[in-house]
Design a protein around this ligand. Structure first.
Ligand SMILES: CC(C)=CCC/C(C)=C/CC/C(C)=C/CC/C(C)=C/[C@@H]1[C@@H](COP(=O)(O)OP(=O)(O)O)[C@]1(C)CC/C=C(\C)CC/C=C(\C)CCC=C(C)C
Length: 380
């Protein structure tokens, strides 16, 4: 663990090893002009101008474009890490994944070895990115450190990984049609986390959810693959995947309201929706919506949470549509992720919506019982 965390720290403090950011936009025109690179390296059209749902749409269509054209436009990236060194790098990604996300790691064991390795490499990159703003060194992370992390991302997508863990991802993106845009957007989400601690509207929150979780979905689908017998549009699969990312993140947010407010002075739930339920920001911050003396939760908070939970459940339902369109090996782990995460919403309800002093969780026995249920859905 300490090796992993120190790598994260080193990553944030290392000098820039890629092109200056200003020069990146130049390739935008070049992309259109160079059919051999095509959508593979397309940078954001005008990244600063996109907001809300447009950020997600932009990335989704870039990702679909790459997925559709992959057979004609495969990437060839030759990098320094090869043979046993590369295998070791993937093994390390597997170790980190199992250390941080045991159940999920077990899920990847059901995939083909190539898919599993690729998902670990993606997981590790996401985890390291998240650690930058959420880990032990988070208070020292600056926008400049995130810029360096982004430069490093660009470099690894160009076949110049900085370390062994990056090298595993460079290898992954030469095997699977994974676009760089969701990775950039996730870093954008971390930038938001550095400067933003309130979300005025659901649209703003949605943008954040896409950046930190929908992006994971866009990165995972091209690895998991789409079932060969599926003849419908890729858009349906990707939209379901995005829905699962959003629903997971909303669930995370609802579970952690009290912790985020009291320990981080953060409120992710939309302020205009709090106001609609006549709840003041201070009441969330101070946790006074739960009265410790009576053990009762305020009726306004209960109604507010019921509204939030209903919306998250609806998004989980939207996600269901695409799961069985994925490659057969990937379905069970995804159903498991969906079913287990959705149960956190049930646990919040069972706690009578007290997410101020109680943390909703799914007990181990329930997780075990859910596995065959998820398998059944994967086989339907
Ligand atoms: C098969 C599968 C589930 C693949 C995804 C694996 C992967 C690459 C995960 C990366 C997760 C990660 C480290 C993200 C960084 C940002 C973050 C922390 C997001 C939150 C995850 C929950 O993690 P955790 O509980 O550890 O959070 P905290 O410790 O509280 O910070 C998120 C809530 C995001 C989770 C989002 C997903 C797993 C995306 C799921 C969607 C798919 C896999 C697509 C499925 C396809 C269809 C068609 C439905």
């Amino acid at each position: 663990m300490s090796t992993f965390l120190s790598t994260v720290k080193a990553a944030a403090s290392q000098p820039q090893n890629s092109r200056p950011r200003g020069q990146r936009a130049k390739s935008s025109a070049a992309i259109v002009a160079q059919p051999t690179l095509g959508v593979l390296t397309a940078p954001p059209a005008a990244p600063g101008l996109l907001a809300g749902k447009d950020v997600e749409e932009h990335a989704m269509w870039l990702q679909i474009g790459l997925h559709e054209s992959w057979e004609q436009e495969k990437r060839t990236l030759s990098q320094r890490w090869q043979g046993p060194e590369l295998l070791q790098a993937y093994d390390r990604c597997g170790e980190v994944t199992s250390e941080y996300a045991k159940t999920f790691f077990l899920g990847t064991q059901l995939m083909t070895p190539e898919q599993a390795k690729a998902i670990w490499a993606i997981y590790v990159w996401c985890r390291r990115t998240d650690e930058l703003v959420d880990g032990p060194n988070a208070s020292r992370i600056t926008p400049a450190a995130l810029d360096r992390w982004e430069n490093r991302l660009e470099a690894l997508f160009e076949g110049r990984p900085y370390d062994a863990l990056d090298a595993a991802l460079t290898d992954t993106i030469s095997r699977f049609p994974v676009h760089i845009q969701p990775f950039r957007d996730m870093i954008g989400g971390m930038r938001m986390d550095l400067v933003k601690s309130r979300y005025e509207t659901y649209d703003e929150l949605y943008d954040y959810c896409y950046r930190v979780a929908g992006t994971v979905a866009l990165m995972s689908v091209p690895v998991m693959g789409v079932d060969k017998s599926y003849k419908g549009p890729l858009e349906t699969v990707y939209r379901s995947a995005l829905a699962l990312g959003t629903a997971n993140q909303l669930t995370n947010i609802l579970r952690d309201v009290g912790e985020d407010a009291s320990q981080r002075n953060r409120i992710y739930v939309p302020l205009d929706e709090l106001a609609a339920f006549k709840i003041r920001e201070e009441e969330v911050l101070n946790g006074t919506l739960f009265a410790a003396s009576t053990g009762r939760i305020d009726d306004r908070w209960r109604a507010f949470m019921q509204f939030q939970i209903a919306r998250a459940r609806q998004i989980f339902t939207d996600a269901e549509e695409g799961v069985n369109q994925l490659d057969a090996e990937a379905r069970w782990p995804v159903w498991t992720a969906l079913v287990l995460y959705r149960q956190i919403l049930d646990a919040i309800e069972a706690n009578d919506y007290n997410n101020f002093t109680r943390r909703a969780y799914v007990p181990k026995w329930r997780k075990l019982v859910s596995l065959p249920a998820a398998l059944l859905r994967a086989r339907m």
